[in-house]
Design a binder for this molecule. Structure first.
Ligand SMILES: [Zn+2]
Length: 224
């Protein structure tokens, strides 16, 4: 009986913790910027929990670090492709054609404390998914595609996919520009909420640009 009560209390506490963390959602990234310049595929820093060997384009690391400080994430895959030394990073054959994983601009995420069923351990990941995509198929910039509930092969109990918006680019190449939220700037937004949310990023020069919420520049409609 005592054990039974303890289980109930633990579950109730769990629900309470889940509810309070859901209420404490961060404001959306209302300002973003395009980062030009040569990207580099780098190992994910230790401050961002991840599977050994995972790498991403360096330009999204500050955003990832910001996310990791606020959400209980564990990155299971980032860049998926060849390395200059002849090796390979990431998962082979896991991603669709045109995946942003091939450019180091996408990550797959599960809870820091893993669980293969959609339980309280996923609360923080669901909160992150809703932050990046409050309405299905309408990701908030700088995110280009968010894979979660409602997307096959993704969702609570499976994994969350986040893709950053970027210039059209070939497989295994580095994009000319990447859209990010200024990680330090999001903190300041709480005090400067009067700033207007831009509808779309400035169209970059050149034929490869102009991608926003509706990618037309040859990017796959999904980035998983
Ligand atoms: Zn993915």
């Amino acid at each position: 009986m005592i054990r039974y009560l303890a289980t109930i209390c633990a579950a109730a506490l769990c629900l309470a913790v889940g509810a309070s963390s859901a209420a404490a959602a961060e404001p959306p990234p209302s300002e973003t910027r395009l980062v030009y310049g040569t990207g580099t595929i780098v190992p994910i820093p230790t401050s961002i929990p991840h599977e050994a060997g995972d790498m991403v384009d360096k330009r999204i690391v500050p955003d990832l670090r910001w996310i990791a400080q606020r959400y209980p994430i564990y990155v299971t895959d980032g860049y998926s492709g060849p390395l200059p030394d002849g090796g390979w990073s990431g998962c082979h054959g896991c991603h669709v054609a045109g995946s942003d994983h091939y450019n180091g601009l996408a990550v797959d995420i599960i809870p820091l404390v893993p669980s293969s069923t959609c339980d309280a351990r996923w609360t923080g990941i669901t909160r992150l998914a809703l932050w990046a995509e409050p309405k299905q198929n309408k990701p908030v910039l700088p995110f280009r595609w968010v894979g979660y509930d409602g997307d096959s092969g993704h969702g609570c109990g499976h994994h969350l996919h986040l893709s950053w918006n970027h210039a059209t680019v070939k497989r295994y190449a580095l994009a000319e520009w990447v859209e990010v939220f200024p990680a330090a700037g999001v903190e300041n937004m709480k005090q400067t909420r009067t700033k207007k949310t831009p509808k779309a990023p400035k169209a970059p020069p050149g034929p490869s640009g102009g991608i926003s919420q509706a990618p037309t520049g040859g990017l796959s409609p999904r980035g998983d």
